[in-house]
Unconditional design. Structure first.
Length: 163
């Protein structure tokens, strides 16, 4: 079973169409597999059914080098029929994760990861274990409700407290 982390979501995609798609172009934009339907329909003159919702969006401008940005800025992360989270631009909110045995791991609070700061999601709260020294918990100050990070021997709190 694939997981909700970038290693199973972020995959290479190669496309070649001489004289239509610029060669050697690299992009880090979001494109989903369901976008191929709308894109190929656009390229071939096909029509998208109107009587039902189609999740894909036309990515022709991105692929043909007419735009540097994707027409998609988010993607819902499902594994089977379960919603695990959502990716929006360079942020990801995960409601569930996977442990080292590929079992579903739920958390009492969602992980909100910045993929620019932590592209491998190594600091994701849903990946932390007792063996990992970087753990995140709610601050013990009831007035704070911020997260604290244990790093080495000190807990660092966003409210400025240390203990």
């Amino acid at each position: 079973m694939a997981g909700p982390y970038e290693g199973s979501l972020r995959l290479p995609f190669l496309v070649r169409w001489p004289a239509q798609i610029p060669a050697n172009r690299v992009s880090n934009e979001i494109m989903h597999a369901v976008d191929l339907f709308a894109t190929l329909a656009s390229w071939t003159g096909g029509t998208i059914p109107k009587e039902r919702t189609i999740d894909g969006v036309d990515q022709s401008a991105l692929l043909m080098g007419q735009s540097e940005t994707s027409t998609r800025d988010s993607v819902m992360i499902y594994i089977g029929n379960e919603l695990f989270g959502v990716k929006w631009r360079n942020r990801k909110l995960l409601l569930k994760g996977m442990d080292e045995n590929h079992m579903v791991k739920t958390s009492p609070y969602p992980a909100n990861d910045d993929l620019i700061v932590d592209p491998k999601e190594e600091e994701s709260s849903l990946k932390r274990t007792e063996d990992n020294p970087h753990t995140r918990t709610l601050c013990q100050n009831p007035a704070c409700m911020a997260y604290s990070y244990r790093c080495g021997t000190r807990d660092h709190h966003y409210c400025g407290e240390f203990f």
